[in-house]
Design a protein around this ligand. Structure first.
Ligand code: GRF
Length: 189
């Protein structure tokens, strides 16, 4: 049976696309059974084109965070996933979600954790003047980008880099690394 994946996104969904491409190419024995987002996200269109179920669960200012967290756990749980992937999902999940999915919820971050956690990993690495940064796939825990590291790969910072060029080069590596982690999950699972 293919590994059942639920992928959570907020942005363009190119990491999601890398998973879909590998599945389509027959190099990843998995199925994306649903894609969830916290608002309008370009990545939802990629999923919808392929007939994959999608859902949107916005977390608005002033909203009850625990109710959102419980609802997210319920929506994702309805798809009975083997693995939940945060692929550029810019929200921190809470205890209700982790109670159900801890140990099978992974995230990918565009820096070499534990350096430069948080929403601006690429910008912060540039500002610090490091010559090497990279990406990290890790198991999500209750902290911000603090969970056990599963895989990392380094990316050189070039003299002319700005946030956009560096992030794009990191994402090229990040897409491959994420697919590799999911492939190994399959083998070890
Ligand atoms: C990735 O670099 C991810 O680590 C970060 O947002 C980016 C998502 O890119 N949090 P995309 O939306 O999959 O293109």
């Amino acid at each position: 049976m293919p590994l059942r994946l639920v992928v959570l996104i907020s942005g363009t969904g190119t990491l999601l696309q890398a998973l879909l491409d590998a599945i389509q190419a027959g190099t990843l024995d998995a199925a994306v059974v649903a894609v969830g987002a916290d608002g309008a996200a370009e990545g939802l269109v990629r999923a919808e084109k392929l007939g994959i179920d999608t859902f949107v669960l916005p977390l608005r200012k002033g909203m009850d965070r625990s109710a959102w967290d419980e609802e997210l756990a319920r929506r994702v749980g309805a798809y009975d996933p083997d693995l939940v992937i945060s692929a550029g999902f810019m929200k921190i999940v809470g205890p209700a979600f982790l109670a159900v999915f801890s140990g099978r919820f992974i995230n990918t971050h565009p820096a070499l954790l534990p350096s430069f956690p948080g929403a601006h990993g690429v910008r912060d690495a540039l500002a610090a003047g490091v010559k090497v940064t990279g990406c990290t796939v890790f198991a999500v825990d209750a902290g911000v980008d603090t969970g056990p590291i599963i895989a990392q790969e380094s990316v050189a910072v070039l003299p002319d880099d700005d946030e956009e060029t560096l992030h794009e080069r990191i994402k090229t590596v990040e897409r491959r690394l994420l697919v590799e982690v999911v492939r190994k999950w399959r083998k070890n699972g």
